[in-house]
Design a protein around this ligand. Structure first.
Ligand code: UDP
Length: 480
């Protein structure tokens, strides 16, 4: 190994939604700066998609500048019960994996020059300090959610009762106001363990040498500015100045050209005629909601590709950490009777998983009904695809608000899908508006404009490009 080469280790928490952005970040650093990247991927025993993805990523990494070291899964069953939320579980999975992470770093012959850790891995701080390695946190979503995570310490002291019961929006200096209905899941119930974990996360963030965000200057100019200049916030929180690196939009590029049923189907459709429907790597709908969505799509008579997974009447993210063992073959049995036959000429239903990046980049796709997971959102924005925002869990309600109210590239149901059943007529109306109507035209045009803005951010001199240069410079300046 070339010891003069900069070496960065990136730690990823479990789940495809975390692993994917970490790999993308690693690729970007490795490709642009010839940096040696080691990805420490905390795995779970139950996610077969993750294991497959890791194997493939290792195979396609021909340059060998990226090494992927899976951190074996840990057992947290004795620490959780049936009501433990995914957010808490992810924090626990990382906490329990800390000894393995420690021994992995200790055994590296070429110790990393810097550590970048994703959102659930901020608990690694003492290890980074012990090894005296500069440490950066990677917040894989928006600047707006980062301000909330940090500012939450203040809300915790100033606000009494539940945030969701507030009559007024929550105000974060320099940021868009946050409606109580849109708060992130960990803030929904202050007596739940995930609330405490979220507060800790915000405090840990502030102790890093810098924070990378998967956003770009033109997407959230005011919030990024506020994060950079918010001396008042820092003095209240008693935290030092930490640089902000808007390195986004980080998104996967098309990886394979293998024949694929969905792509072949899309090849036969008209330009921008297809609505893509997907709820991320683990989002599920209730049985009743699934029926309404199926009817809404059928009534709209719009061409569609729908990635379905079995309905769940529990939490919408209940499949997030256990997607293995579920039905992956055969036509889904949980759709309305006759739906597949009646829609066979307009739609394609795919169980569990499809190549989303390839689909969103296909010229036949003209709209995306999405759960607003940030990776999915970025993949849509960078392809200029307008959205129907259907948030389910985590920070997705904030993403939906940003997309609809601030950026104007999406529409959403009148009432949040997490609060009320979205009926078939409303779904039909939204689909037709997004894909056809005059009102939808402005949204479609704005989506195209944002695609250009994303390309600018990534090009030489753009905000993403500059942020990565500044990050590398900062790491180099800290070398002993
Ligand atoms: N994804 C995919 N195929 C699927 C479902 C999801 O490739 O059938 C990818 C998607 O492209 C995105 C990631 O999985 O990169 C999901 O991340 P996101 O942040 O959107 O949502 P999460 O799954 O974390 O809720």
């Amino acid at each position: 190994m070339d010891r003069s080469q900069l070496h960065i280790a990136i730690l990823s928490s479990p789940g495809m939604g975390h692993l994917i952005p970490v790999l993308v970040l690693g690729n970007r650093l490795a490709a642009h700066y010839n940096i040696k990247i080691t990805i420490l991927a905390i795995t779970t025993s139950s996610s077969s998609a993750e294991t497959e993805f890791l194997k493939k990523s290792t195979l396609t990494n021909e340059k060998k500048t990226i090494e992927i070291i899976p951190i074996p899964s840990v057992d947290i069953s004795h620490l959780i019960n049936s009501s433990t939320k995914v957010f808490t579980q992810l924090r626990l999975l990382v906490r329990e994996a800390l000894p393995k992470i420690h021994s992995t770093i200790a055994s590296m012959t070429h110790r990393p020059d810097a550590l970048i850790v994703d959102i659930f891995c901020t608990q690694i701080l003492p290890i980074a300090e012990e090894f005296n390695i500069p440490k950066y946190a990677y917040h894989p979503t928006t600047a707006w959610t980062l301000t909330l995570a940090i500012y939450c310490q203040i809300f915790d002291k100033e606000i009494e009762g539940e945030y969701v019961d507030l009559k007024e929006p929550l105000k974060i200096p320099g940021s868009k106001e946050l409606r109580p209905d849109d708060v992130v899941d960990p803030l929904l119930d202050r007596s739940d363990q995930q609330y405490e974990e979220y507060l800790k996360l915000g405090m840990e963030y502030a102790a890093f040498d810098g924070i990378l965000i998967n956003t770009w200057e033109d997407l959230e100019p005011e919030t990024i500015k506020a994060l950079r200049n918010n001396e008042k916030l820092r003095s209240i929180l008693k935290v030092p100045v930490f640089p902000i690196y808007p390195v986004g939009p980080l998104r996967r590029t098309v990886e394979t050209n293998e024949p694929d049923e969905v792509i072949e189907w899309l090849d036969k459709q008209n330009n921008k005629s297809v609505l893509f429907v997907s709820f991320g790597s683990g989002g599920t709908l209730s049985t009743q909601q699934m029926t309404e969505l199926a009817w809404g799509l059928e009534l709209s008579q719009q061409k569609f590709v729908w990635i379905v997974r079995p309905p769940s009447d529990g939490d919408a993210d209940s499949a997030y950490l256990n997607s293995a063992g579920k039905e992956t073959r055969g036509m889904p049995k949980y759709l309305p009777e006759g739906f597949l036959t009646r829609t066979k000429d307009i739609g394609l239903v795919v169980p569990m998983w499809a190549k989303q990046v390839e689909i969103l980049g296909h010229s036949s796709v003209g709209g995306f009904l999405t759960h607003c997971g940030w990776n999915s959102t970025v993949e849509s924005l960078t392809n200029g695809v307008p959205m129907i925002a259907w948030p389910l869990y985590a920070e997705q309600k904030m993403n939906a608000a940003l997309l609809t109210e601030e950026l104007g590239v999406a529409i959403r149901p009148a009432v949040l899908p997490t609060k009320k059943l979205v009926k078939r007529e409303e779904i039909k109306g939204m689909v037709r508006m997004l894909m056809y109507t005059k009102e939808g035209k402005t949204i479609r045009e704005k989506a195209q404009k944002l695609k250009m803005s994303a390309e600018n951010a990534l090009s030489v001199g753009g905000s993403s490009y500059n942020s990565i240069c500044e990050l590398v410079k900062d790491i180099q300046s800290r070398l002993l």
